[in-house]
Design a protein around this ligand. Structure first.
Ligand code: AKG
Ligand code: FE2
Length: 183
């Protein structure tokens, strides 16, 4: 139940590139944390929330299929909804984009109901240095597959981070599935 699950080619290269094109046309926001305070020592990234963007229903449809299948095969969590918009983040070398160790379960009304996190690599791993997503399921660290289109899923309470980008830029798509609190 605390495992990190990887789905290669969850989104095709064409689909990743289409999302990147759509996002490039949107204004981005400086990343806030769970409680909307932006502490740049913890996180440095630019965000676009996809539910504000027309023409992205197919992205959510694909997300729903991927999460449903992974939950059936691996987690068996009581998931009820996607209560938050999919989020596209850009971590750029120009300000050492990163996200320090954190859990996605926070104190907010929505963040407290997060149960499963899925991150899609939108950028090919060869286009940036650093920027790796790392997840800590127990006393060791798992590095997410950097391949474009690969999905990494993990229970939202697990500590994870994005190490600083030192060259180029990395885009990721993150979505949370929500449900009643763990017990
Ligand atoms: O961009 C990533 O790889 C992870 C993003 C993340 O951990 C988050 O938004 O909570
Ligand atoms: Fe996170």
């Amino acid at each position: 139940m605390l495992s990190v699950h990887s789905i290669p080619n969850a989104f095709s290269i064409d689909q990743c590139n289409e999302i990147l094109t759509i996002v490039a046309a949107q204004p981005s926001q400086d990343a806030g944390l769970v409680k909307q305070n932006s502490d740049h020592n913890i996180r440095r990234a630019d965000l676009v929330w996809l539910d504000d963007v027309a023409g992205t229903d197919w992205v959510m449809d694909r997300i729903i299929d991927l999460v449903r299948e992974a939950n059936r095969d691996v987690y068996d969590f009581d998931l009820r909804e996607f209560a938050e918009s999919p989020q596209v983040a850009r971590y750029g070398a120009e300000r050492e984009g990163h996200f320090d160790w954190h859990s996605d379960i926070g104190e907010g009304v929505l963040a407290s109901k997060r149960k499963l996190t899925m991150v899609i690599q939108l950028t090919p791993g060869s286009e940036y240095e650093g920027g790796g997503l790392e997840v800590m399921p127990s006393n060791h660290v798992i590095s997410a597959d950097r391949a474009q289109g690969c999905a990494t899923l993990f229970p939202s309470m697990l500590l994870h981070r994005v190490v600083p980008v030192t060259a180029g830029g990395r885009h990721s798509l993150t979505i949370w599935a929500h449900g009643p609190a763990f017990r």
